[in-house]
Design a protein around this ligand. Structure first.
Ligand code: BGP
Length: 465
């Protein structure tokens, strides 16, 4: 007795500006933190990527051919405001007008991420998110976006994976801990607090300027399982769930800190400092929906207070907090060739848990399989492994809808091949293959993968095929 996908279900896929566009310093764009950081060895530089900046029309036409109802992409802050604040770059404004118009001409709703891992380098020099003024920087950027695009774009996402920025920010390159910082946890969560207030202000601003538009957060939600039924493992999983997942959504939806997280911060002398008005700003904001990225679940076990979990030999146990939890390799799950666990049932569990906590409609803003794809001589990509991954997740999505959960749409990662956060362009996610490698820029021609034709059928049948 499976329920059907709603008639207006938003099928589509996602990209992010710095990973797909290229032209990273063209037409007045200022550098972002991604453009000034040292890239992982042997990975493609960001000046070309998939060259989506120049080829967006061809790409969006291919998305339309698949039947997309929505395209999730991000706007590069430094195309709009090259220095992060101050002067607006008209060429950048014009570019995204063209991208948005192109989507609309193809009857594709743009779902715009305001900030996807690309802090303006000029703002990094002014202290980045550790500077309390970052709240105003982001609010100002939000105002420029809404003024220009608010009448055309109905769906907005604030900050992509704020929880990943906070938990592994230095690795992603967009959260910096000042040299010699004495309390790294306090510094990290102060920066996180500024992002939360900035997000809240952006949500309020959009609702004021365009009451019909909809906005939500886009954290990476990875439901945490206990490694066993030992009560201490259950507590450990609850604590990690609070720190990894619920902090961000509790703040976005209820405007208050999760009590388990607060206790954790108190224990580390790391509770964030509130500026005047922060509390009111957080309480005043209400997302219309929740966007979330899902790749897999996490599994943890209890960790004793005196355990050494410093990053070292064992990656699994190193993922942890002494006295709270430590990572555990779930023996019930298989892995992708890049070592990411595959857990479609966990996807459903994730949606159930989120819906019972927040009762808001949800949209999947990322989900997908990164793999080494091969282009055959006759221009084909047989990515049956990707089809299997996505099919299994769509089945669970349908079951989640049958569970009574309001799902608005599904945007796998990624619409087209792009540069991975750490692995270059060799780790591909797209439905559309781009002929280029980390070593050498290729023809950049586009090829439809087998998953392209498969997803087209899924969309045409509204998820029945
Ligand atoms: C998410 C990010 C994306 C994307 C994806 C895949 O965390 O929001 O930007 O890159 O993960 O990750 P990766 O590129 O590391 O395989």
């Amino acid at each position: 007795n499976l329920k059907k996908f709603p008639e207006n279900f938003l099928w589509g896929a996602s990209t992010s500006a710095y990973q797909v566009e290229g032209a990273n310093l063209s037409d007045g764009k200022g550098p972002s933190c991604q453009d000034v950081k040292e890239l992982p060895a042997g990975t493609a530089s960001l000046d070309i990527c998939a060259d989506h900046y120049h080829r967006y029309e061809e790409d969006i036409a291919l998305m339309a051919e698949m039947g997309f109802k929505v395209y999730r992409f991000s706007i590069a802050w430094t195309r709009i405001l090259p220095q992060g604040t101050g002067e607006v770059n008209q060429a950048g404004i014009d570019h995204y007008h063209k991208v948005i118009d192109c989507c609309l001409e193809h009857h594709i709703e743009p779902l715009v991420t305001m900030f996807h891992f690309d802090m303006p380098a000029a703002l990094d020099e002014r202290g980045s998110w550790s500077n309390p003024e970052s709240v105003e920087w982001f609010e100002n950027y939000a105002r420029v976006l809404f003024e220009n695009y608010g009448s055309k774009v109905k769906y907005w996402l604030t900050i992509n994976e704020q929880n990943m920025l906070t938990l592994v920010g230095p690795l992603i390159g967009t959260l910096h801990i000042p040299e010699g910082c004495e309390n790294v946890i306090k510094e990290t969560y102060q920066q996180n607090h500024h992002m939360l207030v900035a997000q809240a202000k952006a949500m309020v601003l959009l609702h004021k300027m365009f009451p019909e538009d909809k906005i939500g957060p886009a954290p990476n939600i990875s439901l945490v399982y206990p490694a066993s039924c030992k009560p201490e493992d259950i507590l450990a999983a609850q604590e990690y769930n609070a720190i990894r997942n619920w902090l961000y959504l509790d703040m976005a939806v209820f405007g208050r800190y999760n009590n388990l997280v607060w206790r954790y911060l108190e224990e580390h002398d790391a509770t964030p400092t509130f500026r005047e008005g922060d509390e009111e700003a957080l309480k005043a904001a209400h997302p219309d929906f929740i966007g979330f990225n899902y790749y897999s679940t996490s599994t943890v076990q209890h960790a004793d207070a005196d355990e050494d979990l410093s990053p070292g030999a064992d990656q699994q146990t190193a993922r942890g907090e002494a006295g709270y939890y430590k990572g555990f390799n779930n023996p019930n799950l298989t892995k992708t060739e890049f070592g990411w666990e595959i857990d479609p049932l966990g996807f459903r569990a994730n949606m159930r848990e989120m819906y019972s906590r927040y009762h808001l409609p949800m949209i999947v803003t990322e989900n997908g399989l990164g793999a080494y794809d091969t282009l055959t001589e006759d221009g084909k990509v047989h990515d049956n492994y990707r089809i299997a991954y996505l099919r299994a997740h769509i089945e669970q999505l349908k079951l989640a809808i049958t569970d009574g959960i309001e799902m608005m749409g599904y945007c796998p990662w990624s619409a087209i091949d792009l540069v991975s956060t750490h692995e270059g362009i060799r780790k591909r996610y797209g439905f559309i293959y781009v002929d280029t490698t980390d070593e050498k820029v290729g023809t950049l021609n586009r090829y439809r993968k087998d998953s392209f034709y498969w997803y087209k059928k899924v969309i045409a049948s509204n998820g029945e095929d």
